[in-house]
Design a protein around this ligand. Sequence first.
Ligand code: ZN
Length: 499
Amino acid sequence: MTKQSDKDSSKNSKSKEGLTVKKSENFSEWYSQIIEKAEIVDLRLGIKGFVIIRPWGTLIIERLYDMFEKELQNKGHLPVIMPSVIPESNLKKEESHIQGFAPEVFWLETDKEGKNGKEERLALRPTSETVFTPMFALWVRSHRDLPLKLYQRGSVFRYDTKSTRPLVRGREFYWIECHDAFATKKEAEAQVQEDIDTTRKILYEKFGIPFLPIRRPSWDKFAGAEYTIGSDVLMPDGKLIQQPSTHFMGQRFSKAFDAKFTTKEGKEEYLYTTAYGPAVSRILVSVISTHGDDKGLVLPFEIAPVQAVVIPIYTVKNKSKILKYAGEIMKKLEANGVRTKLDSDENSTPGWKFHEWELKGVPFRIEIGEKELKGKKFTLFTRDTGVKTTAPLGKFGYIKKLGEAYDKRLKTRADNNMKGKTVSCKTKEDIRKILKEGKIARVNFCSTEKKGEKCAEYVEKEIGAEVRGTLADRNEKPFGKCIICNTSANVVVYIAKSY
Ligand SMILES: [Zn+2]
């Protein structure tokens, strides 16, 4: 620690220390440290399952929201704002939905005796099918109003008893929920495929996070859905985390809410609905975990709230000249569309600032000192490679190009990291071994319908892992008998530990 950091350590001492563990040696501790030290969250309010997301974390989350929403709007979705509460009678309309969600619902005490008798009890929304579908019934009259594709950004509330790790599982989390209505089953199922494409375009192409699209077994689908496709991302500790999932509801919700439309032929028909939910606070977990290193966050260029930080290095003598030069450089970067911050804070040393912005994962650092001023150039440090180069002034447009190459590198690194992580297994012992190595087991399995539930229970109890489901973008043929019960296998499933 430098003298400088001692001076203002009372202000925000947490952020001043670097990470004290290596990601590869103790991922769990690394994660706990990075989210606090990089000022993503603050847990000190101490409400189980609820966190404060600090400005740096919030700025990142805003970027995640913007990028997802832009893609959704490109694909014909429109934004809407629905209430955060759901009347009890709505929530209870679709039977399997309420059965699935009942234990997790936060109820508001609104059923007090008032002047006009009891008001209906309200739930904090755990998800919003039961307010969207009754509105579909009102907004859609005929086939001409279809498809209707809506989304909202906001938070949902679930009384999650497993909510231990911040942002991974929370009792309140931030997401986008899309609710779409269609005239036919075919169109609705095409939407489910489009949702997987959205996940691919944003989560993978933009954020550099590889995932497996997995159709969940019937016992693990969304409460009220006909089927669910999740996207599983491997964490550095070998556990899978579910990222955006998409659900085909068929006509279950529209029947419960009597949401009908008139077909071309003039007949009354129930709507087909789908739902898609990218949870941005949880996606942030994968951004942090996939790209971060022993020095801190490594934010993709497209996501970083600050893409380049300019740090002036001066003495009393040349201070004003250097600051002026640094200011000019910042303006030029901004004019070239680079989100830039000039860190001219006088209370911190350049060394401390280097450390701080590396911890926060800013892709590029531009150092401006006497040498740079005289030579009409700047020194450029790249966060992921740790390489320092010198460039002549005037070449600022290329920072964006460098940013693209930077994001490509992060994605390639993440892809390489996934190579060999899925292993075909022939025996239960194989599965145990593969899981111990932090990998995903690919096995023959009897069924992902009711019939396979016993075998899945065995996997959970005896092997301590989960049957995640079958690949959704490929029809894989089994290559032997069910690895658990030895009857003929109908599917190839993926087994792993999960969050
Ligand atoms: Zn079996």
